[in-house]
Design a protein around this ligand. Structure first.
Ligand code: ZN
Length: 278
């Protein structure tokens, strides 16, 4: 999965020390990131690469995290007209580019970038927020409001029935491969209740024997995904929610058309069932 970067070590301890010339500078604009691409190989600029393009780069930065001994920072206000080697590329590339630890850094940085962008001002009183020095928190000096990064819990659900698993395709999305059912946890419900509710809403089926599988940070949508398998309870006839799903159908284990990728929890769950590990 995208977060599996061993032997590299991700360290998200907040230690906002100043960048060095060799530190990585992550720069985003909308759903694009500044990278140097050579085929499938991705590289981020270092501060040394960018120091001629922004005089304040060593003052105006945001510490993000460390992987191994390398520190990653957010930077803004880069004069891109003078950048030849680096281009702005759609962040979806992080699903497949190499090396994988830089792809993981890229999407994790994106989530933090979006959070900082969306919390420049206090949501309670409207004054400008300040960065805390001890933890990753923004605070308002005027009304003492504190903001921490928001992570949205969501479920991925593998509904199984003997030797079959329920697979679906989303309606109206760019992602066209088979997926499992999925949905966000709503206020006031347990994750198990989310599993039951989403399966009923999306395909009109009841489930039982809900088992936790694994989780995955999915920074493309500020999400922590929690994967569950559940057994069909009762009738197997699908009533499709056509606003959410284009189709949903039962697949025999041997007929699952999915092949292995190394990005998503959904893919790992489908492949685990296909390979008879469950
Ligand atoms: Zn405030």
């Amino acid at each position: 999965m995208i977060q599996d970067i061993a032997p590299h070590q991700y360290d998200n301890t907040y230690k906002p020390v100043p960048p060095e010339r060799g530190s990585f500078a992550l720069c985003y604009e909308g759903r694009t990131a500044m990278v140097h691409m050579t085929g499938e190989a991705v590289a981020f600029p270092t501060f040394a690469d960018l120091e001629g393009l922004n005089d304040d780069i060593y003052e105006d930065y945001t510490y993000l995290f460390t992987i191994d001994e390398k520190r990653f920072y957010l930077v803004t206000e880069i004069n891109r007209e003078r950048l030849s080697e680096f281009t702005m590329e759609n962040v979806e590339m992080f699903r497949h580019v190499q090396p994988r630890f830089l792809a993981f850094a890229g999407i994790t940085g994106l989530q933090l970038h979006n959070w900082y962008q969306n919390h420049k001002f206090c949501g309670r009183c409207g004054k400008r927020m300040k960065k805390d020095t001890k933890e990753r928190m923004l605070f308002c000096e005027a009304c003492h409001n504190m903001e921490y990064p928001k992570i949205c819990p969501a479920t991925i659900i593998g509904v199984t029935h003997g030797n079959r698993i329920l697979m679906s395709k989303y309606a109206g999305r760019t992602y066209k491969n088979y997926a499992l059912l999925a949905g966000f946890v709503e206020v006031g419900e347990t994750v198990e209740e989310t599993v039951r509710r989403e399966v009923m809403e999306e395909v009109g089926l009841k489930v039982k024997n809900i088992r936790y599988y694994k989780s995955q940070p999915w920074s493309f949508s500020d999400t922590i995904l929690m994967g569950y398998f559940a057994d069909l309870d009762g009738e197997e006839e699908i009533t499709l929610d056509q606003e959410e799903l284009a189709l949903a159908e039962w697949f025999e284990r041997e007929e699952i058309p999915t092949t292995k990728t190394d990005d998503s929890l959904t893919n790992e769950m489908i492949m685990a069932f296909k390979n008879g590990e469950l």
